[in-house]
Design a protein around this ligand. Sequence first.
Ligand code: HEC
Ligand code: HEC
Ligand code: HEC
Ligand code: HEC
Length: 441
Amino acid sequence: MTLATARLKAEGVIRAHAQMGYTAVALAPRDLAGGLDFLRKQGKKGLPWISLNLVTDQGRSPFPPMILTKSGDLRIAILGLTGPIRMTNVRQNGYRIIPWQQALPPALAEADRAADMVILLSSYPFRINQQIAQNLEGIAIILQAGNSEANMTPRLVGNTLICQAASRGKYLGILDIDWSGGERWVMKNSARRALLQERLSRIGLQMERIRKGTPDRAMKKNSSYRHLLATQADIEKELRALASEDGQQQGSTYSNRFIALETSLPEDRQVAAIVRQTLRRANDLSRKELEKRRNERKEAGKTRRRLTMLAGAGTCSGCHQRQAAFWRRTRHASAWQTLVIRNRQFDRTCQSCHATLPAEALAQAGMQTMPPAIPVELRGVGCESCHGPGRRHADNPAGNRLRLPDESTCTTCHQAEHDAAFSYADRLALVRCPKTTRPGK
Ligand code: HEC
Ligand code: HEC
Ligand code: HEC
Ligand code: HEC
């Protein structure tokens, strides 16, 4: 992706987020990839950026350190802490990030004066947020950002709850709280009970497994079994205690849950429109950049590098009509069209799996990733995506046999990210070519 396309997409992301009505957004290092000025200009269009520790070389803070808001009568201060910048692709021109030890205490003192409750948005990793919670008092909740594959159950450190949902917006994390001043956080009884019950059933299964493989007389001596029995008794005791103190929980209580944002959920019409418009613009821009590059190469007298190992489906079809007729009816044949109707055919992140680009052909052509333009005959998941580069076979079939695909061929594209439910055994029949009735046909 070029910087111009990246900026275009970033603008779309910002517009979509603004549409969703965020109260505060803490600036994270990645947000600075397009430079500070780019971001400042965007800020005016509606995203409430905050950062207490980003300062310009002139010593100014381009974003407010916090945002004050209210929930009922409760005054809430939301502070934004920007994590350390280690990425090489971040243009660190004209500003720097002050370490939390220096910037956070004074900002926290101010927030404490202005509000009843302080929430810190932080793009530091857990290890650092833990140190923050241990060293500074008065932060009720730290909402942590960063690249995390999994949701994190809230962790209590000191009297600060540290929370994080999985990255890339795959889950919505919901934290329900009953806040009573600075009192100690305790998990809501209902949530605690559910957690304990879940552990009980896990222990039950483990005990069952041991019982199956162990003769009765050896059971008493089995130390893992005895350990599980003791744990089970502890949990049951805790559950009884919970039942008796129901309705009279002391302190500030919380419970949490995560909602998976499945693609089957209905779209927000306005956000979806922003996404579509952004992708169309990005696609147009990529196309123009491609044409420009092509013209420049032409003017410089350079010839195009070619994927000489590949023949394209049209050539194969000449001799394998039966397989070709079958293939044309599969979605593999129309995989490029899938991108075209969504205005994504110039998006390099999509091309690798929706075109015929086996790794060995790219390597042989000296292309580390993608050719600048995908030739027509290689658009879609073609024969050579599964059978490997076939130019030499097409020229001399008997002397150059092609491979037949196995599961690993499919999973280079059918990765969990794009096809979570993929099963080779179940899906192969849908795309496997028919047998040749007469050799060579
Ligand atoms: C000029 C005709 C011709 C062209 C073009 C051609 N093939 Fe073949 N293909 C053959 C013949 C003949 C055989 C049988 C060869 C043999 O059994 O030794 C064959 C066999 C195959 C096999 C079976 C291999 C095996 O080991 O069982 C596959 C797969 C195959 N071709 C795929 C392709 C693909 C993909 C293309 C395009 C890149 C292609 N062919 C182009 C004639 C052709
Ligand atoms: C080069 C990447 C790639 C490879 C290799 C690949 N696929 Fe696919 N497959 C796709 C894409 C992309 C789609 C979706 C096409 C679309 O609808 O745009 C798809 C769709 C499918 C479908 C739906 C087909 C239909 O007509 O309903 C099945 C089934 C499937 N693939 C199975 C396989 C199997 C089995 C293999 C291995 C033998 C395999 N694929 C190899 C990329 C690939
Ligand atoms: C790593 C390989 C891979 C990449 C990269 C990839 N796809 Fe796919 N895509 C697939 C596979 C595999 C399927 C088939 C999934 C299935 O059958 O459920 C698919 C299916 C699709 C479908 C569903 C087709 C339909 O009609 O149901 C769309 C839309 C799609 N891809 C768009 C994209 C876009 C846009 C990009 C770029 C952002 C992209 N893909 C990048 C592998 C990939
Ligand atoms: C999604 C992967 C995939 C694609 C795309 C694909 N094939 Fe196949 N092809 C297979 C599989 C799987 C088999 C069966 C292999 C086996 O029997 O183990 C096969 C078998 C074949 C055979 C051997 C048939 C026989 O008599 O045994 C030929 C020839 C062939 N394919 C040609 C083609 C041609 C030509 C195309 C494109 C028009 C194509 N294939 C596209 C997966 C694919």
